[in-house]
Design a protein around this ligand. Structure first.
Ligand SMILES: Cc1cc2nc3c(=O)[nH]c(=O)nc-3n(C[C@H](O)[C@H](O)[C@H](O)COP(=O)(O)OP(=O)(O)OC[C@H]3O[C@@H](n4cnc5c(N)ncnc54)[C@H](O)[C@@H]3O)c2cc1C
Length: 402
């Protein structure tokens, strides 16, 4: 493993830092709604070559040479500056790379630019009431009639569907095929007649989840990515991007920094909590996990840079499991530091930001929210099965027959 950055990469880091002095926006621009500020900043990031580096210019990206170390530097610096990044939405982070791999030219031209700039929001319609971990058992049906798909059934846990203009979803189109081979990946406008979004309240009090119902909802036949029955392969590509988003080690470092600040400011018996032996021990242990995650990330970047990705597939698969575990440890430790303030209810603003503040009630919400990522994009138990079976070649777990 190579832990030193080259001179070229250190000067690249300086240019990223200089660019980031433009965030947060200042003056009149700071008065714009936050979504518009983020779009403006991302567009500047494209011009500077720091954002959407893998997306071709003709679809709105900055089309840079493949350089995993520069990608890592950008991630680190954008995280430290809390600047809007390129991969933080379901559209830009999950749909766009999937369309780049599987979409038609017309689909790329139509959907990628507005997804990048946040002008069209996407939600992910995979899970159903009886199909989460066993996603391939999904029952939501799409029947081709003339030049339209007719959709019937239900999705659940659809994050941010209430704000989305489009859904990428999995539907059973070949009812007679084996379960994995009977699924197609469809693009569904959320204003389609017969599509209804119903909110689900979370235990933290927020509303990010929804149920989505389809009753004879009709969409154009061309809104399919890849061919009929290939939806499972397409969805695997989206899931890899989702897990990489969730497993980003920079999030741990940022949250750990906030935890340290909290431990310095909270008092235990008149002394800063960071001087309490019990909390010192816990925080030191957590830092070990944070550093391990970072080193594992660097190992992957080094291998990617040398074209040796096959060597690091196992640690890559472990990223999501280890980083979601560590985030839970960080949030639990913060929650314990709050003492009696741990009963404070989050504000509306904190609910909107998923607790991304460091007030006591913001920490409470982050603690509650930290349980979600270990389930989203595939629950930890399932990830461990995949790592064991595909990563280490262990015998397959018992499965129901198809
Ligand atoms: C924060 C968050 C955001 C989400 N956003 C979306 C979204 O936008 N779109 C979407 O479609 N879905 C979304 N989901 C749903 C998510 O994909 C599912 O919750 C997840 O796949 C698990 O499915 P399930 O909830 O049905 O649990 P189940 O599959 O019922 O699992 C319940 C428990 O049983 C365990 N289990 C199940 N099968 C096995 C097995 N074979 N071996 C060992 N253990 C097993 C699981 O690990 C889990 O602990 C989101 C979930 C969360 C928490």
């Amino acid at each position: 493993m190579d832990l030193e950055y080259s001179q070229e990469h250190e000067s690249f880091r300086t240019s990223v830092r200089t660019f980031l002095k433009g965030w947060p926006l200042q003056g009149n621009e700071a008065q714009l709604p936050i979504e518009q500020q983020e779009t403006l900043f991302r567009k500047r990031g494209i011009d500077a070559g720091f954002v959407y580096r893998k997306v071709p210019k003709k679809y709105g990206g900055s089309e840079q040479d493949d350089d995993a170390i520069k990608d890592q530097i950008i991630q680190e610096e954008f995280h430290a500056a809390q600047a809007p990044r390129d991969l933080s939405t379901q559209g830009a982070g999950m749909l766009v790379p999937t369309l780049l791999e599987f979409g038609t030219e017309a689909q790329k031209e139509r959907y990628i630019p507005p997804a990048l700039f946040g002008e069209e929001n996407w939600c992910q319609g995979y899970s159903e009431p009886g199909s989460g971990s066993d996603l391939a058992s999904l029952q939501c049906q799409a029947r081709l009639e003339g030049d339209e798909w007719i959709l019937n059934g239900q999705k659940i846990w659809t994050s941010s569907a209430q704000r989305a203009q489009m859904m990428f979803g999995l539907f059973r189109t070949e009812p007679d095929a084996k379960k994995h081979a009977g699924i197609s990946y469809l693009l569904v406008p959320m204003d389609t007649p017969g599509l209804e979004v119903r909110p689900l309240r979370e235990m933290g009090g927020g509303h990010e989840f929804n149920e989505v119902f389809f009753t004879d909802a009709r969409i154009p036949a061309g809104n399919i990515v890849a061919s009929r029955g290939q939806g499972w392969q397409v969805s695997r590509a989206t899931l890899v991007h989702e897990r990489n988003l969730i497993g980003n080690p920079n999030m741990m470092r940022e949250a750990f920094g906030d935890l340290l600040n909290l431990a310095r400011t909270r008092q235990i018996e008149g002394r800063p909590a960071i001087e309490d032996l019990g909390f010192r021990r816990r925080i030191a242990e957590i830092e070990g996990y944070v550093q391990t995650g970072e080193l594992s990330g660097m190992r992957q970047f080094t291998a990617a840079h040398r074209g040796e990705m096959a060597k690091v597939m196992r640690p890559m698969m472990m990223n999501k499991v280890s980083s979601t575990d560590t985030m839970q440890m960080i949030m639990k430790c913060a929650y314990d530091l709050l003492g009696g303030d741990g009963v404070l209810a989050p504000t509306e603003e904190e609910l909107d930001n998923w607790g991304r503040t460091t007030t006591s009630s913001g920490w409470v919400l982050q603690y509650i929210f930290s349980m979600g990522p270990a389930i989203a994009g595939g629950a930890t138990n399932i990830q461990l099965n995949i790592i064991g079976e595909r990563g280490y070649g262990l015998p397959r777990d018992l499965r129901k027959a198809n």
